[in-house]
Design a protein around this ligand. Structure first.
Ligand SMILES: [Zn+2]
Length: 232
């Protein structure tokens, strides 16, 4: 994998007393300082492999102390991140707090203006914002079940009392962060145009595919089932 166009390459990674050290333009950078780097840097796979024998010995504490890296595919710019938060916020206040899409959109525009921030071309416009409050796959509001179907009650299952219950997160209508186009390392796809909230069932059904590919797949599944029931 080449270093993505949006990043510069880390020359070398070494380990110094349970700390990662990045060599960038001949200088040594420790995890506590990397946020001061003026650009985005990417360390390629083979550079991690060179220090893997050391890293496999690390415990959770070591990793927490060194938590300064993310997978390249999850990288987004500061501007995109702010705009994604705004988009997701509009979806939440519309679906769960009774705020109209227009009012939420205008409030966001106002907040941007007050801070002299002009959103980029990936930020939805007045017309596109209406779709932001819907699940990207089933196109239903987030405050109704997937596909607006009435879902059968699920039987209770054993939950170990010593573990935090994740039952709610596992329900079909739970909300999940949704990438309408699967993330890649080579380009930034975590953008306000492509990140949404959606139903868990819809998100799981997408696996690692785009909305378009998923709809094609679902159409094929339905056709096959209809064909089978016609034959029987
Ligand atoms: Zn849905």
């Amino acid at each position: 994998m080449e270093t993505p166009d949006y990043a510069k390459e880390v020359e070398e990674i070494t380990v110094d007393d349970h700390s990662l050290v990045f060599v960038i333009d001949g200088e040594l950078w420790y995890p506590k300082d990397v946020h001061e780097l003026p650009k985005v840097y990417c360390a390629q796979y083979h550079k991690w492999y060179e220090i893997k024998d050391e890293l496999v010995k690390w415990n959770d504490e070591d990793w927490t102390r060194n938590s300064c890296v993310i997978p390249a595919m999850e990288y987004s710019t500061l501007e995109y991140s702010i705009e994604v938060f705004a988009v997701l916020g509009i979806a939440i206040v519309n679906n769960f707090y009774g705020v109209s899409v227009e009012d939420a959109f205008n409030a966001v525009q106002e907040a941007f203006k007050e801070r002299e921030y002009a959103p980029g071309s990936e930020f939805p416009n007045e017309r596109e914002i209406k779709d932001v409050v819907l699940c990207p796959l089933c196109l239903q509001p987030l405050n109704v079940p997937p596909g607006n179907l009435s879902l059968p009650e699920r039987e209770d299952t054993f939950q170990p009392p010593w573990r935090k219950s994740k039952r709610k997160e596992g329900e079909a209508e739970a909300l999940q962060l949704f990438h309408t186009y699967p993330l890649k390392e080579s380009e930034i796809l975590h953008t306000p145009k492509l990140v949404r909230y959606g139903h868990r069932w819809c998100n799981v059904a997408m696996a690692d595919h785009s909305v378009e590919e998923t709809v094609d797949f679902m159409r094929k599944v339905v056709e096959e089932h209809e064909r089978k029931s016609r034959e029987s």
